[in-house]
Design a protein around this ligand. Structure first.
Ligand code: C2E
Ligand code: MG
Ligand code: MG
Length: 759
């Protein structure tokens, strides 16, 4: 050890024999050894300084080494410090680097300012190495600068970790910015390859069904190998990556042989390490593979970097999966997994293009499950859902790869498929097969259900050249199928288009008529036979059409129902009937109960009960002068909802009658729980009295049912005295029909009452 150094660091403890003399270069070897105490300290100091892995050195004013600890000696491939003493950095390092050091050290010596904690790239080593340098001026005991002392520490590991973190965050930013997955994985592979020279990286992503891996990035692999491993099956016996994904464990192979797929001259590999990339839930979502031309296993350094690469890849793949899922949810139906309405247009356009390319046709079928609502209402929504799922599956199975099924609404689907023969026979044959498969019994909610459906078919290009035209025409055909009694299919025809067009025009006319006030109410009397009095009048709507004259309700009510116009029309009828009834009372006519027909759609309208209350308020009619006629089917469609509404209406004080009784499917047991006060026997049972014994039996059964349930009863459509006599004898005292009076315009009705012409 150099005594100058010792003196410099040990200051006052050093002997002061040369206290007055200025220090001279090279005159440092003549110090006498200190006393034994100092010798011991000297021993410890030397031991410590040499065992510390950091570099510790001192140089004189000319940059010549005065001292260097063992770390420096060894790193410069020397055996002893004596080989270093007297040398400068110019003897050890390239001139440029040595000059840099000399410049810094000179500045420290000249200014007397230390240079602390400076990070520098190390010189001379063949791999990247970082040092943290601190240099202080070396002073003698008189405070004169006699050189420079330096300490430096190897911070390569810290620098490398910092750099890795920097790269990670830069890459993660790219994920956040939405960089393409393949591009991102290439960057990760690039990162691995720069930091692990000689290693080539590749990334695979699992297919959505988990059956195979697809190569997503392999920037440095030879093309032939890229082609060879572009798809790798996943399984226990699959090659490297496929097995790693299957087991969820890494597979290290050090004797790979790609000679079969690689051409001579291309880089070959001896080692392949396959590492699974697993999701947060532990599911394999991809793998990474690392190839080396050498026979080797990953060491600690490799493991660290592989862990970082896997982490980054996992984040990016999971993000892509989440995006895919969101995209899937946006255009798929969650219940059935089928594409939804938002995909319909695209799906049809693609199919049309395909048909063009293959020079064939495309059949587009609108499909509606018959009476689905009934299943939903009677068996519950879970059963309804199950039914739809099974139907969807059956449709997909039927189509195989030949077409597509899209769920466009609750129980509505669009099926489209390529078809060569678009003759009605061929279309019937094909789609009846589908209907039959759908109609196969299905066990749902503990019972065997059979769901039928109605289908409307339109073909490209014969029946339309755009998706919307095809759909509109398939829809028109389906409407036709439904109107013809459901459970059937209909193929679009020009006549249907004409019908649909007329319907549309008629709906528009209806809308206009509503605005212009072209509707009027006619009133038909209801009589109580024993007393010979008129107890009420049924309000029946008519359309005074500017060209067609007086149009009966049968010709426009269904259309109003379908188009939703029934709601404003029904509102008008209710208001007008109540207003009229009140006006007659004001005129001094005997008070009559006015009966108003209520359509199912109107009845289901939310807030309708409140509307009735407001109408009564506005018109001033007492509630017990209003009778609302509802039908059995309306009640049965949604029994719970209907009963709730009926109760609310009864609470208002209005009375309820079941119209056309006997034609629907009322549950007789439920009837007693309905808050209705009267049954109206449908006129179809009355018409053939007294010729038809069955009708007579039914009629008298209804009458006695009403009596047992403590309901009043009225017969409709009474045209003959024989009918009236039979009804009276059977216990039905109230009647309505042409025998007593036809529906009359308001003035005629009032006049007839006043003059006693009816009643
Ligand atoms: P509905 O409620 O059963 O009305 C009775 C129908 O039978 C009326 O036909 C009436 O003219 C007819 N009728 C009455 N007595 C006799 C008879 O002795 N012999 C024959 N052959 N027919 C008779 P209209 O006025 O054509 O009404 C038909 C249906 O239109 C009504 O059947 C009702 O369901 C519906 N309707 C009428 N007005 C309205 C309304 O304002 N709103 C709703 N939603 N439907 C209405
Ligand atoms: Mg009626
Ligand atoms: Mg009726």
């Amino acid at each position: 050890m150099s005594d100058t150094f010792l003196r410099a660091v040990n200051g006052a403890a050093a002997e002061r024999t040369e206290a007055e003399a200025p220090p001279s270069r090279g005159a440092v070897h003549h110090l006498r050894l200190p006393d034994p105490d100092i010798a011991e300290r000297y021993f410890w100091l030397e031991t410590i300084v040499n065992q510390i892995p950091d570099y510790i050195y001192a140089k004189d004013l000319d940059g010549r080494f005065l001292f260097a600890n063992r770390a420096i000696v060894a790193d410069n491939h020397l055996n002893d410090v004596s080989e270093l003493i007297g040398k400068t950095d110019f003897d050890l390092h390239p001139a440029e680097a040595a000059a840099d050091i000399a410049r810094t050290e000179r500045r420290v010596m000249e200014t007397g300012e230390p240079d602390l904690g400076i990070e520098e790239m190390s010189l001379g080593s063949n791999h990247e190495r970082w040092l943290m340098m601190s240099r202080v001026p070396l002073k003698d005991m008189f405070g004169r600068t006699i050189g420079v002392a330096g300490v430096s520490r190897d911070i390569t590991a810290r620098k490398s970790a910092e750099h890795l973190i920097e790269i990670q965050s830069r890459l993660l930013e790219k994920v956040a910015e939405g960089m393409e997955l393949a591009e991102f994985l290439e960057e990760v592979a690039g990162m691995v390859e720069t930091r692990l020279p000689g290693i080539h990286a590749a990334f695979f992503v699992c297919a959505s069904d988990g059956s195979e891996l697809r190569l997503a990035a392999a920037p440095s692999l030879p093309q032939a190998l890229v082609d060879y491993i572009s798809v790798v099956p996943i399984g226990p016996d699959a090659p490297g990556c496929g097995r790693a994904a299957w087991l969820g464990e890494r597979i290290i192979i050090t004797d790979v042989d790609f000679s079969r797929c690689l051409r001579g001259g291309e880089e070959s590999y001896r080692s392949a390490w396959s590492v699974p990339i697993t999701s947060a839930e532990g599911q394999a979502i991809g793998t990474a593979a690392f190839y080396s031309p050498n026979v080797m296993e990953p060491d600690k350094h490799h493991d660290e970097l592989i862990a970082v690469a896997i982490h980054l890849a996992r984040i990016a793949i999971e993000r892509r999966m989440a995006e895919d899922r969101i995209r899937f949810l946006a255009d798929h139906d969650t219940l059935t997994g089928l594409p939804n309405r938002s995909m319909l247009d695209r799906s049809l356009k693609e199919a049309m293009q395909k048909a063009e390319r293959k020079r064939t046709s495309l059949a587009v079928a609108f499909l509606d499950v018959d009476n689905f609502k009934l299943v939903n209402d009677s068996l519950g929504h879970a059963s309804g859902d199950e039914l739809l799922k099974v139907m969807a599956q059956r449709m997909s199975d039927f189509l195989g790869g030949w077409g597509r099924v899209v769920r466009v609404g609750g129980d509505e689907f669009v099926v489209h498929m390529l078809i060569d023969d678009t003759s009605p026979e061929a279309l019937h044959a094909r789609f009846e097969t589908l209907r039959n498969r759908l109609a196969a019994p299905l066990p749902i909610g503990g019972m065997e259900l059979q769901a039928t459906c109605s289908l409307g078919i339109a073909c490209y290009p014969d029946h339309g050249r755009t998706p919307s035209e095809l759909l509109a025409n398939a829809d028109a055909a389906m409407y036709h199928a439904k109107a013809s009694g459901r459970d059937r299919l209909a193929i679009f025809s020009r006549e249907m288009a004409e019908k649909a067009r007329l319907k549309l025009a008629r709906t528009e006319e209806l809308r206009r008529a509503l605005k212009l006030g072209e509707f009027e109410l006619h009133y038909q009397p209801q009589c109580h036979l024993p007393s010979g009095t008129i107890t009420g009048a049924e309000a029946l709507v008519r359309w005074r059409h500017p060209v067609d004259g007086l149009v009966p309700p049968g010709a426009f009510i269904p259309l109003a129902e379908e188009s939703g116009l029934i709601a404003p029309l029904g509102d008008w009828v209710l208001e007008e009937a109540c207003r009229q009834a009140r006006a007659w009372q004001a005129e001094g006519l005997p008070p009559l109960v006015v009966s108003v027909n209520v359509s199912p759609r109107q009845f289901r309208e939310s807030g309708w009960v409140e509307k009735v209350r407001q109408t009564l308020d506005r018109t001033g009619l007492a509630p017990h002068f209003l009778e609302l006629e509802i039908t059995e089917s309306l009640i049965m469609e949604d029994m719970a909802g209907a009963v709730e509404r009926m109760n609310a209406l009864a609470a208002l004080g209005v009375t309820l009658a079941i119209d056309d009784f006997g034609t629907g499917y009322s549950s007789l047991s439920a009837l007693k729980s309905f808050p209705v006060s009267r049954l109206k026997i449908d006129r179809s049972f009355v018409a053939d009295i007294p010729r038809d014994a069955d009708d007579m039996a039914i009629t008298s059964a209804i009458i006695s049912l009403a009596q047992k349930l403590d309901l009043s009863v009225i017969a409709e459509g009474v045209e003959t005295e024989a009918q009236a006599v039979f009804l009276l004898q059977s216990g039905c005292a109230d009647m309505q029909g042409f025998l007593f009076g036809r529906p009359l315009p308001v003035d005629d009705f009032a006049r007839a009452i006043k003059t006693g012409a009816i009643g």
